[in-house]
Ligand binder design. Structure first.
Ligand code: ARG
Length: 581
């Protein structure tokens, strides 16, 4: 069991022994570390309940606790606070036990999760919004797996909407003689398509503004979207070719970000299930006609903000983003049978998911117990507090951002590292910098991405954590060379080392909280606190030249433990540890 929980139990037993009944005892970190590492503040309310003097009561409790081997010092302060200092020896024993058993990773009750994140749109450039979805989603996946869940990651490509129609129309306008636009075309792919991914990315904004400006062009794009959804051979082949070009580029960038998916499905895969789903919805009497469109009512009496009906089939006969998401749930429930489905998306999409989730429940596409969870995130802003832009004012693409941060971190790598190694290290550190910063803020809040601040080697930054991890690794290597193998923690000096031990106590709670809140900020913050405490200890002591053999070995063991925690948590945050810096 958790060290702190064990101590809470001891306090509770003492209280019971003294004749006081209490449901729960919670020990808290002490703000006045000079008085004690921890404090218990429950005596005042207990005294009120028993009509006794809180200071007298607290004094009696302190006397009893003082007899317990794990309590080194218990004092009473103010109106009846108990200040607590634990014995270093019982901490050492407990932590050695945790370190060996890795009990902080003991599995939670089994659950199967489908997690939907990434969500890039084919033929559109990846921007910082997609970065957040990828970062948060990947880390939540790794965290859930580390705590024993079965997790299936699905990228859910935006590969079938009107944007595809617009792009195909633009291609058709530019290259009307392509094979796919001729009659009797029946190939899988368009072999004569003269287009790269960069071209696609340039094409989209042009195609989209033309369609927005001219009704006629918009109608043509819709028509093509409709034909695509009806499996028109030429457009379908063009679509496949566009997909191929776009996916190749996406795979590269996700690999760079250490983000991976079990399923590369997309909106187009949901298409297969739409006819049977709509038939089922009609049979259940859930579909109503409205101005030429077909809709499902999802409003509820308690709604404070009006929830509009879900648009199932638009008046032009194409299906909406909502319908695709509903059909995706249909597919996932039939083929993957998850207990929960998580969606990591920009928080501005909340209403969309409210509509989809309600329709899914109403239509019994999911069971009553199935949990559908919207995990919305805020915007990454620039220093001006507005959505991040390039220096020229263009949209900040993922590649632009990586390049910019790379430039900043490259300057700080030691000069003796040159050439290709320097280049690769800069890339690894830059990505670690971006990810750490991105996961440090509470998921649903907007935050400012300040390149100078986040690439600094001190403070709550990726480079700080990475630097400190590398230093521990080289210390451990040296210790090994000196013959210290499988070190044990037996004796500490209470010179910064105990603080490190105490800092590790909340590891399990941090992991569980992060999973509960579906936010990684507590993990990032824990990493910072732990490394900061460790670095203070490191600065105050000469670990490898310490004369007392037991202390020396214990300090190496402590370093090993912190290094292991760093590896674990950086892995959950999907941040790679560079070889040098
Ligand atoms: N492609 C969408 C976008 O860029 C995100 C997809 C989110 N997932 C989902 N199942 N709708 O906004």
């Amino acid at each position: 069991m958790d060290f702190l929980k064990e101590q809470e139990k001891i306090i509770q037993n003492v209280l019971t022994k003294l004749g006081y009944e209490i449901e729960e005892v919670t020990i808290e970190g002490n703000n006045r570390k000079d008085l004690g590492e921890f404090q218990y503040n429950g005596m005042m309310s207990l005294a009120k309940k028993y009509h006794q003097n809180p200071i007298e009561m607290a004094t009696k409790v302190a006397e009893e606790l003082q007899k317990e081997p794990s309590f080194e010092k218990v004092t009473v302060a103010g109106p009846g606070f108990l200040n607590i200092t634990f014995s270093i020896q019982s901490l050492i024993e407990k932590i050695e036990e945790i370190r060996k058993s890795k009990e902080y990773l003991s599995p939670l009750p089994k659950k199967k999760i489908v997690i939907d994140y990434g969500g890039p749109n084919v033929a559109k450039v990846l921007h910082v919004g997609h970065l957040r979805s990828a970062n948060i989603g990947e880390s939540l996946k790794r965290l859930a797996k580390a705590l024993g869940y079965e997790v299936i990651a699905d990228i859910h490509l935006g590969d079938y909407g009107l944007q595809m129609g617009m792009i195909m129309l633009e291609i058709q306008t530019r290259y009307p003689n392509l094979s796919c636009f001729q009659e009797n075309f029946h190939e899988e792919f368009v072999k004569d398509l003269p287009i790269t991914n960069d071209d696609l990315i340039d094409l989209y904004p042009i195609a989209s503004s033309k369609a927005k400006e001219q009704e006629e062009i918009m109608n043509q794009a819709r028509e093509i979207t409709y034909k695509l959804q009806q499996n028109h051979p030429g457009y379908k082949a063009l679509w496949r070719s566009i997909m191929e070009i776009s996916l190749k580029d996406m795979k590269e960038i996700y690999q760079l970000l250490s983000v991976s998916f079990d399923l590369w499905k997309g909106e187009s895969d949901a298409e297969t299930f739409i006819p049977e789903m709509i038939e089922d919805l009609r049979k259940k009497g859930l579909v109503t006609q409205s101005e030429g469109a077909e809709i499902i009512e999802v409003a509820e009496k308690e709604d404070k903000i009006a929830v509009p009906p879900l648009l199932l089939i638009k008046s032009n006969k194409t299906v909406s983003y909502e319908t695709t998401d509903l059909a995706t749930i249909w597919d996932r429930m039939k083929n993957l049978h998850p207990d929960e489905i998580w969606y990591v998306t920009d928080k501005r999409q909340e209403l969309h998911f409210t509509q989809v989730f309600r329709a899914a429940k109403k239509a019994k596409i999911v069971n009553d117990q199935t949990k559908l969870e919207f995990i919305g995130f805020g915007t990454m802003n620039g220093n001006d507090g507005k959505p991040f832009k390039t220096r020229e004012g263009g949209i900040m693409t993922l590649r632009n951002l990586i390049a910019l941060v790379k430039e900043a971190v490259e300057k700080k790598i030691i000069p003796s590292i040159t050439g290709k190694e320097r280049e690769e290290l800069a890339s690894t550190i830059a990505i670690g910098t971006i990810k750490f910063a991105d996961l440090l803020s509470q998921r649903s809040t907007d935050y400012i991405f300040d390149i100078e601040k986040f690439s600094d080697t001190s403070g709550k930054t990726g480079p700080f954590i990475l630097y400190s991890t590398i230093r521990m690794r080289s210390l451990l290597k040296k210790a090994k060379e000196m013959g210290i193998e499988n070190p044990k923690m037996t004796q500490l000096k209470n010179n910064g080392d105990k603080k490190v031990l105490i800092q590790t106590l909340t590891l399990r709670k941090t992991l569980e909280n992060a999973l509960k809140q579906k936010s990684l900020h507590e993990i990032a913050n824990f990493l910072y606190l732990l490394n900061n405490t460790y670095n203070n200890f490191y600065a105050e002591n000469r670990i490898l030249t310490e004369s007392d053999k037991n202390v020396r070995e214990s300090w190496v063991a402590l370093t090993e433990y912190v290094y292991e925690i760093n590896q674990l948590l950086l892995n959950i945050l999907a941040i790679e540890i560079p070889t040098r810096m």
